[in-house]
Design a protein around this ligand. Structure first.
Ligand code: KIV
Ligand code: NA
Length: 264
């Protein structure tokens, strides 16, 4: 098996081959995901909720993400592995470089950071110039939950949608290699995907993004409480974790997931 790289993802975008991504936090699951053909994994700061039991991602530290990144990498040597820069770990350029280095040394291929605005574009540029591949993350950015007053869909009206589209272009221009779009209307997900040449990974962003990502606990029906609209439990129809992962990969590839009922 050849390692998956950011240039492989760009080729898939050009060829309009949809690919799937999933979060992972430990070696047992990352091994299983890689064995079933999952090309991209993310050590998300969602680990604060999924693994640590917090109500938001804010308590997660760089060393938490680094610890899980090392574990995930041991199980999945060939996946393209992204790691989240946690809340306030990239608030200035020096911290961003130091903390990105820690995640890259733990086995990440790409670091992901949330938000838009000139300071984020400057940070992305600094990291990219220093040989750190970056994934942007816009739309609903969970580290801003206390600004939103809850996990709420973004980009509903035209002004807000245009702002998100403009940030997508700025993020690409700053040197990002990948872009995550979270909880935005499907039409905006499509517009952004067609407007940038880097691959887009959607979660609650409709079926037109180049790729989809789910938190593994959501895809396997482990999460409790009311699931967001975009979540699909792939285990319930299959009864087997490996089959569920294969079904997710296949439904993304064939454009069956996300369906209408999963989109905004
Ligand atoms: O933390 C996370 O799991 C994420 C994805 C859901 C995109 O950022
Ligand atoms: Na995250």
């Amino acid at each position: 098996t050849k390692p998956i790289t950011t240039s492989v993802l760009r080729q898939w975008k050009l060829a309009k081959e949809k690919f799937s991504c999933i979060t992972a936090y430990d070696a047992s699951f990352s091994r299983l995901f890689e064995e079933q053909g999952m090309p991209v994994m993310l050590v998300g700061d969602s680990l604060g909720m999924a693994a640590q039991g917090h109500t938001s991602t804010l308590p997660v530290s760089v060393s938490d993400v680094a610890y899980h990144t090392r574990s995930v990498r041991r199980g999945a040597p060939n996946c393209l592995l992204m790691a989240d820069m946690p809340f306030m770990s990239y608030s200035n350029a020096d911290d961003a470089c130091k903390n990105a280095a820690s995640l890259m040394r733990s086995g990440a291929n790409v670091v992901k950071l949330e938000g838009s605005g000139s300071w984020i574009y400057d940070t992305i540029r600094k990291l990219a110039e220093r040989s750190v591949p970056v994934c942007g993350h816009i739309g609903m950015t969970p580290q801003a939950v206390n600004i939103y007053g809850g996990f709420k869909i973004q980009g509903r009206n035209e002004t807000a949608a245009n702002q998100i589209l403009e940030s997508a272009k700025q993020i690409e221009k700053a040197g990002a290699q990948i872009l995550v779009l979270e909880c935005i209307p499907e039409t905006l997900g499509q517009q952004i995907t067609e407007s940038v040449s880097i691959p887009t990974i959607g979660i609650g962003a409709g079926k037109h993004t180049d790729s989809q990502i789910l938190v593994m606990h959501d895809a396997l029906g482990i999460s409790s409480g009311k699931a967001p609209r975009f979540v699909k439990n792939f285990l319930s129809g299959t009864g087997d974790i490996r089959a569920a992962v294969r079904l997710y990969i296949q439904e993304v590839k064939e454009g069956l997931y996300p369906a209408k009922e999963h989109t905004y």
